[in-house]
Ligand binder design. Structure first.
Ligand code: PHE
Length: 454
């Protein structure tokens, strides 16, 4: 059977941007920038983007497209022994989507909670108590939280429906799930910056603290953010590239994907910090006291800010809805891209019927996800997320860059990329792939292990 193809160049680029721009852009990036030097963080951020992020993205697009294979098969074609790296990548991605979809399930619930809003004056008590009914530790799973189970079912059903017809249904979906969250971020940003105190919040985000740049951790965070944010080292971009024609432009597409992803992050930073500034002003506390990232930002702090926004319940409900629809549509393309990477890998290797695989995987994902839908689920989510981000992703990135850079040969790959791309890339690409990426990732891994042992 012929390999499926993207219907257009834009279907591919939007799917790639969609995978890259996810929950991490909205709740991880603003907090990262704020806590790693504010405006000064953009220096390591852009250095990481150009020195490592864009080259690895080009490499993944190039390998997938050139070898017309998903990650395990492509790496296996380069060297028989390297196939396992691809499997490791998709396995890590699978585990991630098992809990990513649980967060999607929370968001579905919060769409509903936005009416009213349901959290009233106490979003923290509402989230941990009323909603999660969180127990005291990971050892106590308690019971299943049925609203989360239902949300999880919807999330998997949605992923299934999007992937059902492969590139065709994905292509149709990303035409709206990629622009919509960006439009909503702009609208939320406009509401944000016109609130009293917004400037105070934005100052916290942008005021540069150059002294921070002396800390190795800040640099590690910048590279880590870029890798995570571009969805590389999970086999996703290799699979997506493999559905392109061999003659498709690689360099340009990688640059557009990377810049589109960063633009989404900046918009999110403005939308989030303007509102945090307003909130701090209303509560008469320093901005530091209200800032948070991750789950705390999305389900506690931002809802609290919404409750303070003038205009009454209707306006607050609309802003809540806009915020959670933004998160949902931002996250969905990342979620299904993780599944697609595994599906592509399994399809290439075992010649399984893709639809059958998809049904099986979705059911499996739902069942595994139930662990995180228990009352102790949040603890498990935190623990597993920690190991995925701190180790699994880095190890894949190190091995992958070595196999592509040294065994396949960065020079050979660059020659191929240049033969199909409008923008010609120089020898910096080879240096990045062969030296910079492995060395930086090994250093980060070392730093993580060191921090963990402290
Ligand atoms: N890039 C996504 C984000 O920033 C996260 C993600 C990582 C998605 C890896 C898929 C794979 O949220």
């Amino acid at each position: 059977m012929a390999r499926q193809k993207w219907g257009s160049r834009w279907a591919f680029v939007l799917a790639a941007v969609g995978s890259a721009a996810g929950l991490g852009n909205a709740w991880r990036f603003p907090y990262m920038a704020y806590s790693n030097g504010g405006g000064a963080f953009y220096i390591p951020y852009f250095i990481a983007l150009f020195l490592a992020g864009i080259p690895i993205l080009m490499a993944e697009f190039g390998i997938g497209q050139g070898l017309q294979s998903s990650a395990p098969k492509a790496l296996g074609k380069i060297s028989k022994g390297a196939e396992f790296i691809g499997w490791w990548a998709v396995l890590t991605g699978s585990i991630i989507v098992f809990y990513y979809n649980v967060i999607m399930a929370w968001i579905f619930n919060y769409l509903y909670f936005s009416f009213g809003p349901a959290w009233k004056g106490d979003p923290k008590g509402f989230f941990f108590g009323d909603f999660l009914k969180l127990t005291d530790g990971p050892g106590q799973l308690g019971g299943l939280r049925w609203p989360i189970v239902i949300g999880l079912l919807i999330a998997w059903l949605w992923v299934y429906l999007i992937l059902r017809k492969g590139t065709e249904s994905v292509g149709k979906t990303v035409m709206w799930t990629v622009p919509l969250p960006i439009i909503l971020l702009v609208l939320l940003g406009i509401r944000g910056v016109t609130l009293e105190g917004a400037a105070t919040g934005l100052n916290f985000l942008f005021e540069p603290n150059f002294a921070k740049l002396a800390e190795p951790r800040v640099w590690a965070n910048a590279f880590g953010q870029i890798f995570f944010s571009l969805s590389v080292a999970f086999g996703i971009m290799i699979a997506y590239g493999s559905y392109n024609d061999k003659k498709n432009d690689v360099a340009n597409n990688a640059i557009i994907t990377a810049l589109g992803n960063s633009a989404t992050s900046f918009l999110a930073g403005i939308a989030v910090f303007s509102v945090l500034g307003y909130m701090a002003t209303q509560m008469q506390v320093p901005v530091d006291e209200v800032v948070s990232g991750g789950i705390g930002l999305a389900f506690v702090v931002y809802p609290q800010a919404i409750s303070l926004i003038p205009g009454g319940a209707v306006v607050q409900s609309i802003i809540g809805l806009a915020f959670f629809i933004m998160l949902l549509t931002l996250g969905i393309d990342s979620a299904f891209s993780l599944v697609e990477a595994t599906e592509a890998a399994a399809g290439d290797k075992f010649k399984v019927n893709k639809k059958t695989f998809l049904v099986g995987f979705s059911v499996l994902g739902f069942i595994f996800g139930l662990l995180f839908a228990t009352q102790g689920g949040l603890y498990w989510l935190d623990i597993i997320d920690h190991y995925m981000g701190t180790y699994a992703l880095l190890v894949v990135g190190i091995l992958e860059s070595i196999v592509i850079g040294w065994v396949f040969g960065a020079e050979k790959l660059r020659e191929y990329i240049n033969s199909v791309s409008e923008v010609k890339i120089g020898a910096w690409f080879d240096i990045s792939l062969k030296y910079i990426i492995p060395i930086v990732l090994i250093s980060i891994l070392g730093l993580n292990i060191y921090d963990e042992m402290k």
